[in-house]
Write a new protein. Structure first.
Length: 522
């Protein structure tokens, strides 16, 4: 399998080429390019099987290159290499046919190799399913795989008939835990058992076929051409889903979850239906208690992508600027948004969490990449897992920031960050820490580099900026919550540190309010 690398950073290209023994893996790096125009010229000449494509490049960016690869009919499958904040462009790339993507700051060569090996196997199977003489018809699984890839040549050699077709995908719930039952046997034992049971269950169904897509993904193609009744069709699909679900529970003691596509009339639409069923199955990430999900198209998809992108940038900026309260607030709002709208795939959510983790870790910690995350199947479990990691790393950062100060200043900083909403005076601090107010004021400025009340106001204003995003609170209420007794004083201090009054700041961030009907609550 031939691979072509496109990235404007020479170190990235060198890193990929030198990170693996490609020849031993049955792969060849046949060329590379540093910009989009050069990439298109060489892809046309070299005809690679795989292109590793950077998003942001000179002359032509990755999106334009991907469009022209598609327009020119080049056979290459494209894997996107993106920076952490290229979320919108990655979405565009996936819609244009990219098979997967990796964030360059956190990409792992083993993950890339694993994906390339999978694509290599697919390529071999595809080459094995090219048109053959009539007396050499491919096997049933090859035909069905070809069908969902848009190749209908041999569809007539299955039990399927055009008209009232659906695709159903299902997987085993908590697969990692289930597989631990088979530690003394080959993992294929469970997969073979499922396939054999499906063969028995569906043997008498005249217009039904199945095959195993991946280790934990099975596909059932269901036809019902004998009737145009929508009610009868859905009853039939539900009967088959219930039969598979209950039989696997009874005989193998496993729970399963299903995704069902829209109906389609012609074999040429099987690929689109397969994607719909996979998207429907993905909803188990947010609703783990439900056994069956029917495809429903997402509305306002671009608006949701923009909103998610804004949250990701805000979280990234919070970490870069060491505004950890701001990061925590944006993280919580982002999680609430994607859970409410169920608008982010499990894979995309995991990559965003992983990217944030990468920003929080030092070099030693990055090397110890968590493996448990691969076994997590639900959003609530994923959120709890990463919150635990983030909290530990944030505590390390915050405590590390205080270590350079003497014990008195450390104590005062912690007191301010816990009591910023209260009326704090030098006299109060002197009584609390048994030191003279003048000494506290002098030593704080020497250690921290700015006055104590400047520090206090910075804390209060950062807290206020987070609260202003929540339209449930009026501005005077925000002022009170962060320790200002006067809204006028709050406005003056806010303008000093932010460069604009609170009302104007709220209007600017109002492009992404928490709810659409909160705007008039001020």
């Amino acid at each position: 399998m031939n691979i072509f690398i496109v990235d404007d950073e020479p170190l990235v290209r060198i890193g990929i080429k030198s990170s693996n023994d490609w020849e031993e893996a049955g792969m060849t790096i046949i060329g590379e390019a540093g910009d989009g125009e050069e990439a298109l010229r060489l892809i046309g000449e070299l005809d690679p099987d795989i292109v590793l494509l950077d998003i942001k490049m000179p002359k032509k960016d990755g999106i334009q290159v991907l469009k022209e690869i598609k327009e020119n009919g080049f056979k290459a499958k494209v894997i996107i290499l993106s920076s952490f904040d290229d979320f919108i462009y990655v979405k565009q790339a996936m819609k244009l046919g990219a098979v997967d993507y990796f964030h360059k700051p956190s990409m792992n060569i083993q993950e890339i190799i694993s994906l390339l090996q999978s694509l290599k196997e697919q390529l071999s199977k595809a080459q094995g399913s090219l048109p053959l003489p009539q007396d050499q018809i491919p096997g049933k699984e090859v035909i069905l795989r070809s069908l969902i890839e848009g190749k209908t040549e041999y569809a007539g050699h299955t039990r399927l008939r055009e008209g009232n077709l659906h695709i159903v995908l299902f997987s085993v719930k908590e697969a990692a835990q289930v597989m631990r039952r088979y530690t003394k046997e080959s993992p294929s034992v469970l997969q073979n058992t499922i396939r054999h049971l499906l063969g028995e269950l569906l043997a008498k169904e005249n217009e039904t076929e199945f095959f195993q897509v991946e280790d934990n993904l099975f596909c059932v193609l269901i036809g019902y051409s004998k009737s145009n009744s929508t009610q009868a069709l859905f009853a039939y699909i539900n009967d088959i889903v219930l039969l598979i679900h209950s039989s696997l529970k009874r005989f193998v003691n496993i729970e399963t979850v299903f995704g069902v596509s829209d109906g389609f009339q012609y074999f040429g639409k099987a690929g689109q239906a397969f994607d719909q069923a996979r998207e429907a199955l993905g909803m188990k990430f947010y609703q783990p208690g439900d056994p069956v999900f029917y495809y429903r198209p997402l509305l306002d998809g671009e608006e949701k992508v923009e909103r998610i992108h804004a949250y990701v940038l805000a979280m990234k900026n919070g970490l870069m600027e060491e505004q950890y309260d701001q990061f925590a607030t944006n993280l919580q709002e982002w999680e609430q948004y994607i859970q409410q709208h169920e608008c982010l795939s499990e894979q995309d959510a995991k990559k965003i969490y992983e990217g944030l983790l990468f920003m929080l870790q030092n070099e030693e910690q990055v090397l110890a990449k968590p493996s448990q995350v691969e076994e997590i199947e639900t959003f609530s479990d994923l959120s709890a897992y990463y919150h635990s990691l983030y909290n530990g790393l944030l505590r390390e950062r915050i405590s590390g920031a205080y270590k350079e100060y003497n014990p008195l200043v450390q104590s005062i900083i912690q007191f301010i960050e816990n009591q910023y909403q209260e009326s704090i005076t030098l006299k109060m601090l002197g009584e609390t820490f048994h030191a003279s107010p003048n000494y506290i004021s002098r030593v704080f400025k020497q250690e921290v580099g700015r006055g104590l009340f400047d520090y206090l106001n910075e804390i209060r204003i950062d807290k206020a900026k987070a609260l202003l995003k929540d339209y449930r609170y009026k501005i005077y209420e925000v002022a009170e919550k962060v320790g200002f007794k006067s809204q006028v004083h709050f406005a003056i201090v806010f303008h000093k540190y932010v460069g604009k009054p609170p009302k104007e700041y709220r209007k600017e961030i109002g492009r992404f309010p928490l709810t659409n009907d909160d705007e008039n609550k001020e």
